[in-house]
Design a protein around this ligand. Sequence first.
Ligand code: BES
Ligand code: MN
Ligand code: ZN
Length: 507
Amino acid sequence: MHVQLKRGSLGRLRTPLLCVPLHEGESVRQGALAELDKACGGQISAATRAGDFTGKLWSQVTLYNSKPAGPRRIQLLGVGKAGSIDLERMRQAAARAVAKAVELHAREVSILFPRNSTYDDGHVAQALAEGSVLGEYRFDKYRTEKENHSELEKVSLIAVERVDRSAAAGGVEDGEILADVVRKTRDMVNAPANELTPTEMAARAAKSAREFGYRCRILERRDMERQSMAGMLAVSAGSDQPPKFIVLEYEGAGRRAPRYVFVGKGLTFDAGGICIKPAPKMDEMKGDMGGGAAVIGALEAAARLELPARVVGLVPCSENLLGGSAYRPGDILSMANGTTVMIENTDAEGRLILADALLYAQRYKPQAIVDLATLTGAALIALGQVATAVLGTDRQLVHDLKKAGERSFERLWELPLWEEFDELIRSPIADIKNSGGKHGGTITAAAFLKHFVKDTPWAHLDIAGTSYLDKAEGYRPQGGTGVGVRLLIEYLRGQIEYESDADADVE
Ligand code: BES
Ligand code: MN
Ligand code: ZN
């Protein structure tokens, strides 16, 4: 599916469906809307006059145009009170237009570029493109009968008023790239574990790197042995699938530019190991690589957007199963930095492989390390499926990430990383243990990770609640959401802007 920007008069527009976003009390008697109303024989003003359409948030009516000119159908879409429209609402509106078009089996949908004085046209266009392309996503690869299949080929954004065309065209392009990457990320999360093994995940990352011109290296088990990656070796021991440690490097800026390292948990299936999980919903643990998929996506997006930045992506990939050589509760691991870890629960495996990756990250001497992981069920208990938990050692980093969260609407909520929580992961026979019990589970997991980052500014994002949805909501489908990709790109954009401002100050 493709998004394009089009200029034109609504009264002469030939399209199977035109979506007109309208806020409460918005007049349809002036300008382009009056012309459209006239072209369709006054149906729009009739609908508002009858009170059938008021602009109330997400209310909609579909009108059929019997006149020869103009769109065949018009979807009036309520976007709520005037002044309350923001970029997220624009994403949501575009997704609703696309949903209608898919329902109608239309090949094209047109969306009226909304009037607004708060956001620049580039950001509006990006939001509309994101909402359209993400809203059209469905994972129906394994359905032999594709009943609700999308036949949509084209989304046209119709600019009738003063729209900054070059900014809007740039926004469309960025939005399409981001949404395409998020869809690939969702595909990885939704792929069953018999398709997406660590080997397959590494292959997809390598293919992306080849296609979009960034570096990819895959560390094998023997490399992990050499590097003393005790977490990876222990967690993967119970599976016949070989573990893979993916290293991605995107060099979009010169050697003196700061480096950012993103780390993503890549558990292609988490049965819990010897401390096996209960059967209900265990199938969803095929999605325990959501953080890793988001990191691969962020690297691909950075490359395709040609961001002037240096970014490294590290994705430790493994299964957590229960074979004859599986690691056990009571085992003690010696990590690469010398820390000894007592295994209290084999289901707390994510932090073990992340520890290896966080230690590896430090060789890059990065400006900041950000890890993303479906790490704890406790994150779901605390924040539901609405917000990602953020914890970190650096105020500025957490602040910048939260800001990126607001902009991308992949919102973050901070939990405290106070030292009182360190007590909960102390072990009498090793330095630490891998489980802090059921109190403050998201925090004790982060307290564990903190042992492996030393002084580098670091933040941890627990996406257990936001990576996989029980129920579709707007442009987020049931299942894998691809959360993290747009957030990380927004974060990088913020850093780039800040660095260039700082450079300008020096000059
Ligand atoms: N992958 C799970 C966390 C998870 C749970 C993600 C539900 C998404 C939805 C993780 O490996 C895990 O099992 N964590 C344990 C940790 C505990 C044993 C300390 C948990 O949260 O119960
Ligand atoms: Mn687990
Ligand atoms: Zn897990």
